[in-house]
Design a protein around this ligand. Sequence first.
Ligand code: M6P
Ligand code: ZN
Length: 200
Amino acid sequence: MSPEKPTIDKIKPYDMPLHLQVDLASGEFAPFTEFYERRLSQLGDLFHDRSAVQRTLAAGDPLLYDVRMRPFVTSLSDFTFGVTRIYPGKVGDEYYMTKGHFHLLLEQPEVYFCLRGRGCLLIESAEGDFHAHWWTPGVVSHIPPGYAHRTVNTGSEALVFSAIYHLSAGHDYGKIAQRGFSCRVVELNGSAELAPNPLH
Ligand code: M6P
Ligand code: ZN
């Protein structure tokens, strides 16, 4: 998978203050300008149990998560605000999760804020410094420069979180697509646990 270039060049700068409204129950907000959905057929390689992926796809193509974004581009700098909603579910013993990425501009950090649900944020540097943040509503996670990040819904309802970062950061999906993170998040005896990732 190739890196995704930021869309900053397509957005007209706007130097006036703006506000938007998030519905904390649903994770929807307005006005947003970008929306995308990711389904299992686009993400099957993330999951360890390939036969579970095939079985699930044979019965349909579930929606794993959707993302709404509102870029704030000014003539001097840029930010973007996004809300991601990961639906509850598993493929094999692994919970639904985001694709996961490094930033194309490695020096760019990001802040996540858990608004609703239960989850786990995986954060890992290229050198293998691995951290997991267990989320309940109200937890804020800082993803420092140079760390890849993936979010996992470990609960029985939608996991909703907001993200703020410079739009110029971009997304680099390549390394994570190849080997994932040091640990996977799996259900073991009814609870969410970290398990070593043999592909890493
Ligand atoms: C958050 C932000 C976005 C990201 C989205 C889904 O909202 O980090 O930049 O696109 O989560 O994550 P991914 O791109 O890894 O699928
Ligand atoms: Zn990011």
